[in-house]
Design a protein around this ligand. Structure first.
Ligand SMILES: NC(=O)C1=CN([C@@H]2O[C@H](COP(=O)(O)OP(=O)(O)OC[C@H]3O[C@@H](n4cnc5c(N)ncnc54)[C@H](O)[C@@H]3O)[C@@H](O)[C@H]2O)C=CC1
Ligand SMILES: O=C(O)CCC(=O)C(=O)O
Length: 447
């Protein structure tokens, strides 16, 4: 089996050798899915996985806009349309200076499996730009979003490709993007998700990724007759996913002790309670400040510059910032400190070596494509409401989200449970996600 996997990865490397993040995501999938393919005649010899690693379409375009000083700026925009076998392309847009084809291809590839797991009919895609929103005025953000959409609009549509938010793209940016699309197309459709509540958005969509990550962890803990009550939780990030993961943890009785951003992390030994979290939300969403300002408001907390929070003692870790933010050394430290559950809110935050360490220690570990799928699932629910010209209540959407996270947990268990009862959620998520997409691809012929 090792040779088959190595041969496959060599082929992928030959075409994508300069794309480390994409290769990392493919390797993690290949190691679990190829053995399954070899054991199942219907998939064997059809090059299904080889087809899945090649985007159906990759669009790259120039984005020109004028900054507040009247200077012309040039950025690069992308949309990766990875797989549409089970539904229109669906996935977020990332605005961050590190954005490149490798990062977006890994995200689009993961999205295919994630969207398949949600039980909803959505294919996978991802896009974005190397535009850096940090320090930009609202007017600059608007001009950039309008310029970005003036090209993107040709490639998307409510039945073709439905983008949403990701790092650096929240409701403000979705508003500017939606405004431009509506004007260019002269139509009001559900072409983007994460919209505002008065213009087609869904209740619970802002909360969904963070809440879903915690719901998934609750499902994992339930297999051990355990729950969040009284547990110490370490969270990285302080953006959309981190904020709502923290909110849910607090509500269900856990103590959240850290949050972070790219400058470092804060540790609050007394716990970040609902009032303190409100301060963080205002700091990050309105003032757009840095997390270290937390310690000015709450001097009993400490700020650790330039570090991730994984050295702090915890029962549960929720990485909610960015890819590869948790390496093998961090995994060893978490385990040595007694961490027994890791549920990824971010996409690919743990390196493959870190994941192997968690598996070796037989702790509960959920990969982002399963545990953070609540965000895109609720985007799917937003699409449904848009199509129906209808609006579900907060309780209705939250109930559906909980059910979807439980369904994803069940799928992971079905395909990932080992003989000794241990659930390998990576294997489970990869195979369950693969089967649905592969079946659709095979049914549709060589397309
Ligand atoms: N927003 C959503 O619905 C979903 C987001 N995700 C993933 O969750 C993660 C966070 O996304 P959002 O919260 O939406 O973005 P955001 O823009 O609201 O927040 C991003 C957070 O990550 C931190 N961050 C970014 N780069 C970092 C770095 N190099 N080192 C340390 N911290 C860094 C930022 O300071 C910020 O706290 C990403 O991996 C994203 O792909 C996954 C599923 C859905
Ligand atoms: O809601 C969506 O369509 C996007 C969510 C997303 O980008 C993700 O799941 O990583």
């Amino acid at each position: 089996m090792k040779e088959i996997i190595a041969e496959f990865l060599d082929m992928v490397k030959e075409r994508n050798g300069h794309e480390p993040e994409f290769l990392q995501a493919v390797e993690e999938v290949a190691e679990t899915v190829l053995p399954y393919i070899v054991q199942n005649d219907i998939y064997y010899g059809k090059n299904v996985l080889l087809r899945m690693v090649e985007p159906e379409r990759l669009v790259s375009f120039r984005v020109c806009w004028v900054d507040d000083n009247g200077e012309i700026q040039v950025n690069r925009g992308y949309r990766i349309q990875m797989n549409s076998a089970i539904g229109p392309y669906k996935g977020g847009l990332r605005f961050h200076p590190t954005v490149n084809a490798s990062i977006l291809k890994f995200l689009a590839f993961e999205q295919v499996f994630k969207n398949s797991l949600t039980t909803l009919p959505m294919g996978g895609g991802k896009g974005g730009s190397d535009f850096d929103p940090k320090g930009k005025s609202d007017n600059e953000i608007m001009r950039f979003c309008h310029a970005f959409m003036s090209e993107l609009f040709r490639h998307i549509g409510p039945n073709t490709d439905i983008p949403a938010g990701d790092i650096g793209v929240g409701q403000r940016e979705i508003g500017f993007l939606f405004g431009k699309y509506r004007k260019l197309r002269n139509e009001f459709t559900g072409v983007l998700t994460g919209k505002g509540l008065t213009w087609g958005g869904s209740l619970i969509r802002p909360e969904a990724t963070g809440y879903g990550t915690v719901y998934f962890a609750e499902n994992m803990l339930r297999t051990k007759n355990d729950n969040f009550e009284g547990k110490t939780v370490v969270i990285s990030g302080s953006g959309n996913v981190a904020q709502y993961a923290a909110e849910k943890c607090i509500v269900i009785g856990a103590k959240v002790v850290t949050l972070s951003d790219s400058s470092g992390y804060i540790y609050d030994k007394d716990g970040i309670d609902a009032d303190k979290l409100k301060f963080v939300m205002h700091l990050k969403n309105v003032k757009r400040g840095r997390i270290k300002e937390y310690v000015k408001e709450y001097p009993e907390a400490k700020f650790v510059k330039g570090k991730t929070p994984w050295s702090e003692k915890c029962d549960i870790a929720l990485p909610c910032a960015t890819q590869n933010e948790l390496d093998i050394e961090d995994a060893k430290t978490l385990l040595a400190n007694g961490c027994m559950c890791v549920s990824e809110g971010a996409n690919m935050p743990s390196t493959n070596a870190a994941i192997k360490e968690f598996h070796k220690a037989r702790i509960l570990f959920a990969p982002g494509k399963a545990s953070n799928a609540g965000g895109v699932a609720t985007s799917g629910l937003e699409m449904t409401q848009n199509s129906l010209r209808y609006k579900w209540t907060r309780e209705e959407v939250d109930k559906k989200l909980r059910e979807i996270m439980q369904d994803i947990h069940n799928s992971c268990t079905e395909y990932g449970q080992e003989e000794d009862g241990y659930i390998d959620y990576v294997k489970g998520a990869n195979i369950a996600g693969f089967v649905k997409v592969a079946d659709a691809m095979l049914a549709q012929g060589v397309v």
